[in-house]
Design a protein around this ligand. Structure first.
Ligand code: PLP
Length: 331
């Protein structure tokens, strides 16, 4: 089977497993795991943040980061198909007690005019006060689209003008870095807090990081434990993350080339496929998924009329070519 359902399905490589086996570990709830500390230091430095916290998932990283910016009965603005709004199962409302309002953009772009119109100042008992805007890059459900740099600059200026914070859901920011050539610290400069994932294109089995100021991260550490996310000898997992950051960033360019190849075969304009996600419209998503499966390719339905194919570390150029013809036939 060639599995294109998600870039989360990768298996650790031999080199990664060796790094995990050799990891120096300690109790991370006591902040005494040297490999976790090394990963947190390395990633916060890469993105230019004061501090970072290693978390089990990207969802938890987003939850802790957004919680640092928005409180009970306050709101965050985001695009309507953002992962935080659509796929974190209401955690932000349930745990933090915040509300969300959204704008819609088929490319997942931040719409500066819409954001400006949505921002509500603190009016005491009359309106929910806007505390933050969240932006996602690359944007998962919009097909791995990159946020244009000028929109991110515009968002920072707008947020400063209205004294609201910016959260960047950078689960796949590594793909944005490789696709644009912009430094990671440049891409993150829009944000007050950020989440990044190691377990997607980078191929680690588990792990994400929440990034922010030293105070925000110290508070997030308490909340992570409160939510049952404190872990002990997590250095075994952090070692996989360090290995991934060291070895698996630049190769994301291969995934992007493979995604374009699949897009062409699927009749999707390759110019719209900027990274590793191909969103394929079809009148019969379930049928396409079933026919692909019969021919040895797994793709995911992401709606009744859309299937998604995601390229990753475990998909070779040969696999991508074979998947492209299977998908074309199934369509
Ligand atoms: C943009 C984005 N943010 C956050 C997440 C959450 O990551 P996790 O599945 O590790 O909770 C995902 C997962 O696909 C994602 O695509």
């Amino acid at each position: 089977m060639i599995d294109l359902r998600s870039d989360t399905v990768t298996k650790p490589t031999e080199g990664m497993r060796a790094a995990m086996a050799a990891a120096d570990v300690g109790d991370d709830v006591y902040a005494e795991d040297p490999t976790v500390r090394e990963l947190e230091d390395r990633v916060s430095e890469l993105f230019g943040f004061e501090a970072a916290l290693f978390t089990v998932t990207g969802s938890l990283a987003n939850l802790l980061a957004v919680r640092a910016l928005v409180g009970v009965g306050e709101e965050i603005l985001c695009e309507s198909s953002a992962h935080i709004a659509r796929a974190e199962l209401g955690a932000h409302g349930a745990v933090t007690g915040l509300t969300m309002r959204t704008w819609s953009d088929s490319r997942g772009y931040v719409d500066l005019a819409a954001v400006e119109a949505l921002i509500a100042p603190d009016m005491g008992p009359f309106f929910v006060a806007t505390k933050a805007v969240s932006v996602e890059s690359t944007h998962n459900f919009a097909g791995g689209r990159l946020q244009p740099a000028e929109r991110l600059e515009g968002l920072r200026a707008l947020a400063d003008r209205h004294r609201v914070a910016v959260h960047l859901d950078g689960a796949r920011i590594w793909n944005a870095h490789v696709a644009t050539g912009h430094a990671l610290s440049e891409l993150s400069s829009v944000a007050d807090t950020m989440g990044v994932c190691l377990s997607k294109g980078l191929g680690a089995p588990v792990g994400s990081l929440m990034l922010g100021s030293a105070d925000q991260v110290a508070e997030a550490r308490v909340w992570r434990k409160r939510l049952g996310g404190g872990w002990r000898q997590a250095g075994i997992l952090a070692a996989a993350g360090l290995y991934a950051v060291e070895h698996h960033i630049e190769r994301l360019a291969d995934d992007h080339a493979h995604a374009k190849l699949i897009a062409e075969a699927a009749g999707v304009d390759p110019a719209t496929v900027e990274t590793n996600i191909v969103v394929i419209p079809t009148p019969d998503a379930a049928g396409v998924v079933a026919r692909c499966r019969e021919d040895g390719v797994l793709v995911a339905p992401v709606g009744a009329r859309v299937v998604r194919a995601v390229t990753h570390l475990d998909v070779s150029t040969e696999d991508a070519g074979r998947a492209a013809s299977v998908i074309a036939k199934a369509l």
